[in-house]
Structure formats: structure tokens, C-alpha cells
Design a protein around this ligand. Sequence first.
Ligand SMILES: C[S@@+](CC[C@H](N)C(=O)[O-])C[C@H]1O[C@@H](n2cnc3c(N)ncnc32)[C@H](O)[C@@H]1O
Length: 300
Amino acid sequence: MVRVHGGPPTHDWLGASSTAQLVLTVINRAGGTNASVLGFEEEGARRIEAIYSTPDVVAQRHWTRQTLRLRPGESVLDVGSGPGFLAAEMASEVGPMGRVSGIDISQTMLEMAQEKCSGLSMAAPIDFQLGDATKLPFPNATFDAAVSIQVYEYVADVDAALSEARRVLKPGGRILVVDTDWDSLVWHGADPALTASVLSAWAEHLVDPHLPGTLTRRLSSHGFTVQVHDAFAVLNPAYDPDTFSRGLIGLIKNFVPGRQAVSAKQAEAWSEQLSRAGEAGSYFFSLNRYLFLAVKQGAD
Ligand SMILES: C[S@@+](CC[C@H](N)C(=O)[O-])C[C@H]1O[C@@H](n2cnc3c(N)ncnc32)[C@H](O)[C@@H]1O
């Protein structure tokens, strides 16, 4: 069972001109309202689905679930549930006696998640609702566990988000947070100066490209004890179509034109250079995700 609740109007992840907008229009297409821009939107939606379905991202989700170790019957909150892959997997883990709730500020993402999670058998009930990580729409002490994967780096007030996560967790409840430090990025194949310009513009797609270094202190100051630190490298040593970095090139190429004086022509040239490096066997990509598993201290 999947329910989607409404909420206040909000903005979309990566801004209206990029990914989420493309996905949104596919949903419009399903309603038959926006045929004039059909091809482009279909391409964008396929790109999102493809990135989250690559072996890289599947393995990353497996890594997070292995660390969280959900048990049958547990209730879990997915803060920034995105397209819903993790919510679906967690619903299978906690089973019919458990519960999964997802919140996201993007209605587009919520609708994708709902579609993905409808009709799961032998899984927990899943509810999705529009909401902000800094103002969670749940009573105190609701959940056994909370996850937030690649979300807090987009949130301006991370301390408010952690305070809210603590509030909705039961005493002893655990939180699993994953974020990226973009300084861990190694991307070989295009002209280094051009790559630097493109990536500098790309850094505008989130609030804090270096959040992980602050998370241990922040979690401690909000009454959590961090029990596990871990890192996961997304490693693409080849220009393979079914990889995270190949999908990321498309997202970046759409996002950067007009930002920090990067032109569409430069973005295209950068993408072309990476493609040629792939053909020449000189492509390389690596990016680290950092994981924090922490337990709520205290009874409040
Ligand atoms: C990179 S995606 C990650 C999605 C999902 N957690 C996953 O790993 O598959 C970031 C998600 O965070 C959501 N998001 C960004 N800021 C948020 C906020 N303040 N509150 C709730 N969700 C937010 C976006 O809409 C988007 O769905």
C-alpha cells in the first residue's frame, strides 16, 4: 500500500530547468497534457531512472542497508526519499508488520516514488508525503530508524534537520546519513581547466559540497553517538554506459550552461572530450560517499 499526501507548494531538486523538471513533464505526458516537448522529457526521465538503476547506485544502496540492518517490524523514515528505490527495498526488509514513511520537498520525486512502490508484495505499508527535512510532519518518538541519503548536502539548515530527525526517533533509535564530499572527486579524461570550470558551476547544484567533514560534530551536538563511519567509492574506470558517472555527465551538461560563465558550447565540449577519452581508454572517475550511523541518546 502506498499513500501520497499533499502539502505546501515547493521547488524541485536541481531547479526547474534540469532533471526534476524533465521528470515532471513525463508525469504530465501520462496525463496527456504536454506532448509538444515529449521527446526531451522522456530522455530526461530515462536518465534519472537509469542513474538510480546503475550497478553503482544499486551497490551503494546495498551498502547502506547492510549497515543499517533493519529488522522485521521496524518503522523507518526516509528523509528526502527521492525516486523511492531505497524506500521500496526497506519496505521488503521490515516486512508487512513494519512501516516506511518517505518525505521529500519535490512532488515530482514523490510521484516517481509512489509509482515505484505501488504493488510491492510482502512489504511494509509505505506512505510518502511532501515535507521538509527541517520540519518533519511526524509526532515525537515515531520511528525506530531514519535514513537520509544524499539529502542534507542540499539543506541550508542541517542542524535543524538533525534536530528534527532526533525528535521523531524513539529513544535508542538510529539514523544513517550518507553525503558526498566533492573534493574526493577524481575525473580524468577532459581538459583539466575546462573540467574545473564545469565542476565549479556544478557545485551550485547543492548547498554544501563538503558536508561530511562536519557531520560527526553535528550529530554529537544533537544528542547522537556515532557508531559507524564508512566510505563508499563510486569507481568507474571505464566510460561504460551503465555507470553513475555516465549519467552524471548528462545531468551536469544540462545544469551548468549560464552558470559561472560556462556556456552550453563548453559543456558540450567537456562531454565530448570525456567520450573521446572513453574511446581511447583513458577515462577514469571516482567519487566518495561518506556514511554515518548514529544512535539517539536520552529519553526525550
Ligand atoms: C540526490 S536526491 C537523493 C534521493 C534519495 N535519498 C536517494 O538516495 O535515492 C536528493 C533528494 O533530496 C530531496 N530534498 C532536497 N532538499 C530537501 C529538504 N529540505 N527536505 C526534504 N527533501 C529534500 C530532493 O527533492 C531529492 O529528492
